[in-house]
Design a protein around this ligand. Structure first.
Ligand code: ADP
Ligand code: MG
Ligand code: MG
Length: 199
């Protein structure tokens, strides 16, 4: 079973991963966007870390709802409301239980990803974070390592796609040949589930 500490570790591991990868994420966004994705997520996950330390929420759901709220209020770009919605909706789906199973997390994350698609209007294949998140929730039933591999594959698979949502879509065919920055950061988020489980 996964407790609040697990979810706190997931968020702090993601914050650390974003710090390590911020330059790469911003470089990806400089090719097909406005070169701020790493900076946006750095600002957001620093706020997540600080809020979790200060408020120490004691249920899985509360950890994710608080984290999502921080992302919505601190990230200026499109990714803030989208990641914020992902975490808030997933957290709400987990309810007030003190511990949740991996199957319950998989189901809640599915609700979170559905909310991201409803908010942003992106479907798989549109070259967005959805291309990493959907394969991750599809394989989460096989464990965190499987979800990590699926998200990484999904992120790499955005390279040949033409963007149909977000800033990159303004480039039309010129968006082809570059990895989507949000899909890359979603793969980091999913990878950190495995890190949190290993700790
Ligand atoms: P901005 O584009 O406002 O500068 P970021 O650079 O932080 O925001 O985030 C860009 C990422 O957000 C994209 O790479 C893409 O994955 C994701 N994104 C943008 N618009 C959408 C959307 N409508 N639906 C899903 N994801 C989106
Ligand atoms: Mg950007
Ligand atoms: Mg921007």
């Amino acid at each position: 079973m996964l407790d609040a500490d697990f979810f706190h570790r997931w968020m702090t591991a993601t914050a650390a991963s974003v710090e390590r990868e911020a330059e790469r994420l911003t470089a990806l966004d400089s090719a097909i966007g406005d070169a701020d994705h790493g900076i946006n997520l750095q600002r957001g996950f620093r706020a997540v870390k600080a809020a979790l330390e200060k408020e120490a929420p004691d249920t899985p759901g509360a950890v994710l709802v608080l984290s999502g709220r921080q992302l919505i209020s601190t990230v200026g770009g499109a990714s803030g409301p989208l990641y914020g919605t992902l975490l808030r909706r997933t957290g709400k789906a987990l309810g007030t239980a003190a511990k949740v199973s991996e199957a319950e997390l998989a189901e809640a994350l599915r609700a979170g990803v559905d909310a991201v698609m409803a908010l942003g209007g992106a479907a798989p294949g549109d070259k967005t974070m959805v291309d990493a998140l959907v394969p991750a929730v599809d394989t989460l039933g096989d464990g965190f390592a499987a979800a990590r591999a699926a998200a990484e594959e999904g992120a790499v698979a955005t390279i040949p796609l033409q963007a149909r949502k977000g800033r990159a879509s303004y480039l039309g065919e010129r968006s082809i040949g570059h990895q989507d920055p949000g899909a890359a950061s979603s793969a980091l988020l999913v990878a950190c589930l495995e890190e949190a489980a290993a700790a």
